[in-house]
Design a protein around this ligand. Structure first.
Ligand code: IPE
Ligand code: IPE
Ligand code: MG
Length: 227
């Protein structure tokens, strides 16, 4: 990591390209997702070597239900396995899990596993926020409704009802796989985030790529509209 420049507190990643990774290797799509989970595991392990207080990962969008049923099943099963296998490591490494999105809408057994994981990691100092059944437009509508019920809708009152209210401001958004779009992710939160789009497919993304992105961020000039 560079010793110069600003340090990012909160990075979010749109983990894209599992399907194309598998296709290139003539493997089933499910293998791409499986390798994608391994990339997540390595990245979470590397958090302690960074300045980050929070890493937010887009794992399943509210639009991903449109995929064929067997792929959705594969993804849900991987989620079950991942929570089970990696929860002890999260606890040991002081990682605090946070979920953004309409995660209560997932299968009841997954909801129960997540509730348990949230409880068991509550004292962690570095946050891993996972976006599950997440859609940013729905998040904003929901936050606006809650803010209106409380009183006036202002930027602050709305932001206080977003799933990310407890997280540090978003500094950097990374998307892998060469696609250059936000796909309904953190639309409000990204207002002044720096962005990095890389051609690396998600299963090939390593901690080294994250460290390089943090170095790039350190050299960026942020103006927030000033000069
Ligand atoms: C990202 O990889 C994982 C999820 C969206 C769950 P994709 O499955 O979107 O991979 P591509 O974009 O088809 O290569
Ligand atoms: C965004 O990727 C969602 C996740 C990474 C979980 P998609 O692959 O679903 O996005 P589009 O469809 O290419 O925009
Ligand atoms: Mg994709």
């Amino acid at each position: 990591m560079s010793g110069e420049g600003q340090s990012a507190r909160h990075v979010a990643i749109i983990m894209d390209g599992n399907g194309r990774w598998a296709k290139r290797k003539h493997l089933p799509r499910a293998m791409g997702h499986r390798k994608g989970v391994e990339a997540v595991r390595e990245l979470v392990r590397s958090l302690q070597d960074t300045s980050l207080e929070c890493l937010t990962l887009y794992a399943f969008s509210s639009e991903n239900w449109k995929r064929p049923e067997d792929e959705v099943d594969d993804l849900m099963n991987l989620m079950r396995k991942f929570i089970k296998s990696d929860l002890p490591e999260f606890i040991a490494n002081d990682v605090k899990l946070h979920i953004i999105g309409d995660w209560q809408g997932l299968a009841p057994d997954i909801v129960a596993m997540l509730e348990n994981a949230l409880e068991q990691t509550a004292k962690g100092s570095r946050t891993l926020a996972v976006a599950l059944n997440y859609g940013s437009q729905a998040e904003i509508v929901h936050a606006a409704q809650l803010a209106a019920a409380d009183g006036e809708i202002t930027e602050d009152s709305l932001a206080a009802h977003l799933y990310t209210a407890a997280l540090p401001p978003l500094d950097l958004l990374i998307r892998t796989s060469g696609e250059v779009r936000l796909s309904n992710f953190l639309l409000w939160q990204a207002a002044y985030a720096e962005m990095i789009f890389t051609d690396v497919l998600w299963p090939d993304f390593t901690p080294r790529h994250l460290f390089d992105a943090l170095d790039q961020f350190a050299g960026r000039e942020r103006r927030f509209g000033g000069r």
